[in-house]
Ligand binder design. Structure first.
Ligand SMILES: [Fe+2]
Length: 256
């Protein structure tokens, strides 16, 4: 892990993007998807807090409409039917249910994820609301692009997760516009740091490359944005297929 103290949210984002996404195995990538699910829960919670604190803010209202109770990720086989509306974290939760993991692994991921959420919920509401500026102001889009450099998505849960990421890369330019009037890029560093720790704890292999390059005195790995043109090759929504009534191996992480 980096030792340098971040002074901007972009420093932490850079650290996350420089992790070993390219070298992750399929299993490690599944663990990363689980970690991201818990991030997505706090994202929704933070957005709801922002809406409560700034009820007249039409930009945040529009952002909420594209993140919560929305069909903009539908359909996806086994996750959401055609036109089905759901919160994005629920899409993630149902996506994870497509691949069965052993109980011990689920318990480990669930425990770490809940610990992360407990930490996030100790931050004050203003800070959590301002996280929208940092998350949607380019930070998340960079993280999603780094995640998409992973090589092996040959798993039903990962295919759904990849669809989620690609759709978000497409949406986040517009979302950046919707939060452009907020300013929280410095204050929200602790929230990003919690996410960074969650990722490394759930997916130790993410830190392997960093340790190797540091030991060799090399630069960290860099990432080129994945080409969205490859979307149709491996992440194809299956029209008209699937419902959302699959059993889920994880407990919903709760609401605000
Ligand atoms: Fe989302």
């Amino acid at each position: 892990m980096r030792k340098r103290t971040p002074v901007l949210d972009t420093d932490v984002v850079e650290g996350i993007c420089s992790m070993n996404w390219r070298g992750l195995s399929k299993d490690s990538l599944i663990d990363a998807a689980w970690a991201y699910y818990f991030f997505s829960v706090q994202f929704r919670e933070n957005l709801k807090i922002a809406r409560r604190l700034f009820p007249e803010d039409s930009m945040l209202e529009e952002l909420e409409a594209e993140e919560c109770d929305t069909a903009n990720l539908s359909p996806w086989r086994g996750v959401a039917g055609s036109g089905e509306r759901l919160d994005h974290d629920e899409f993630m939760q149902r996506s994870l249910a497509l691949t069965t993991l052993d109980e011990r692994r689920v318990d480990r991921l669930q425990a770490r994820g809940m610990k992360y959420l407990e930490s996030i919920r100790t931050f004050d509401d203003r800070l959590r609301a301002l996280s929208m500026a940092s998350y949607e102001g380019g930070g998340l889009q960079r993280v999603f692009r780094a995640m998409l450099t992973a090589a092996d998505w040959s798993d039903p849960a990962l295919q759904a997760f990849r669809h989620f990421l690609i759709r978000h890369v497409e949406l986040d330019g517009h979302h950046g516009f919707l939060v452009g009037h907020l300013n929280g890029h410095r204050e929200t560093i602790p929230l990003w740091t919690e996410f960074e720790r969650l990722l490394v704890d759930c997916v130790p292999d993410l830190a392997v490359k960093l340790r190797t390059t540091k030991a060799n005195g090399e630069q960290g790995n860099t990432h080129e944005p994945p080409s969205l043109a490859t979307r149709s090759e491996t992440a194809r929504p299956e029209q008209g297929l699937g419902t959302a009534d699959v059993d889920c191996p994880i407990t919903a992480a709760g609401t605000v």
